[in-house]
Design a binder for this molecule. Structure first.
Ligand SMILES: Nc1ncnc2c1ncn2[C@@H]1O[C@H](COP(=O)(O)OP(=O)(O)O)[C@@H](O)[C@H]1O
Ligand SMILES: [Mg+2]
Length: 232
């Protein structure tokens, strides 16, 4: 829907883990809005709620209170909206880059990227061309036919990044995507994210501690003790 103003709208999001006497308030009334094409950093100390914010927006972690709207679709309003197809929305609108890369061990690097494209109905030829292009941009042109077990940690992370970006999702969620990479590959990832924000109008949220990378962002959200401050 091109007429919707925000790619991500979060209103008064509260997430409480656990029940009874041992609850943790991980997020407390967080509100953010991100427009299509914006590249936003999320900074904050360990345990402040950054991953909870990302996984709540990513339709993985059910909010306890508050609203989440993705690309114009209300997905949560005091819990998931009844009848909402979370898997389908995840597949069609979201790209995830998490620290644990979860590549499929019996597929090559290129096939790991292609499978994400084929799930969304691209032909095998188109999927191969797009996977080859993306892996090339991420300096993996020479590793495309390798299996995950023969890739270094940084290479496997870049294959996972290519897979997350393959479908040009409207919303890209990345939890420390450059932490395991050297400076050059970290920069390549940031350049690619910036390009996707501009060319595909993707909204991109990146949790990072990586001070080498902070320059390229349009805005910075600070998370502290479950509260999000969006005035950078
Ligand atoms: N599944 C869970 N069950 C219980 N507590 C959790 C869970 N996930 C995170 N927490 C707690 O919620 C708070 C926020 O965690 P998290 O969102 O992972 O923070 P960050 O990513 O900023 O380190 C922390 O106190 C953490 O211990
Ligand atoms: Mg985290």
């Amino acid at each position: 829907m091109d007429d919707c103003r925000y790619a991500i709208e979060v209103e008064n999001l509260t997430k409480i883990y656990g029940k009874g006497g041992s609850t943790v308030i991980a997020l407390s009334g967080a509100s953010i809005q991100v427009k299509p094409g914006e590249l936003v950093a999320i900074l904050g100390p360990s345990g402040s709620g950054k991953t909870t914010l990302l996984t709540s927006i990513g339709l993985i972690n059910e909010p306890t209170h508050g609203r989440v709207v993705i690309d114009g679709t209300v997905v949560a309003d005091e819990g998931w909206l009844p009848g909402i197809d979370l898997k389908r929305l995840r597949r069609e609108k979201l790209g995830f880059i998490f620290q644990a890369h979860n590549l499929i061990p019996f597929l090559t690097a290129r096939e790991n990227v292609m499978i994400a494209l084929e799930i969304n109905q691209l032909s095998r030829g188109e999927a191969k061309a797009r996977a080859t292009e993306l892996l090339g941009v991420l300096n993996l042109g020479h590793r495309m036919d390798n299996y995950p077990s023969s890739l270094s940690g940084g290479e496997a992370q870049r294959v996972a990044i290519a897979r997350a970006l393959a479908n040009k999702p409207k919303v890209i969620l990345a939890d420390e995507p450059t932490a395991a990479l050297d400076t050059e590959n970290g920069k390549n990832v940031m350049i690619l994210l910036k390009k996707l924000a501009l060319e595909n109008h993707s909204a991109i949220l990146v949790v990072t501690h990586d001070h080498r990378m902070v320059d390229g962002f349009d805005r910075i959200f600070h998370v502290n003790d479950g509260h999000v401050n969006t005035e950078s």
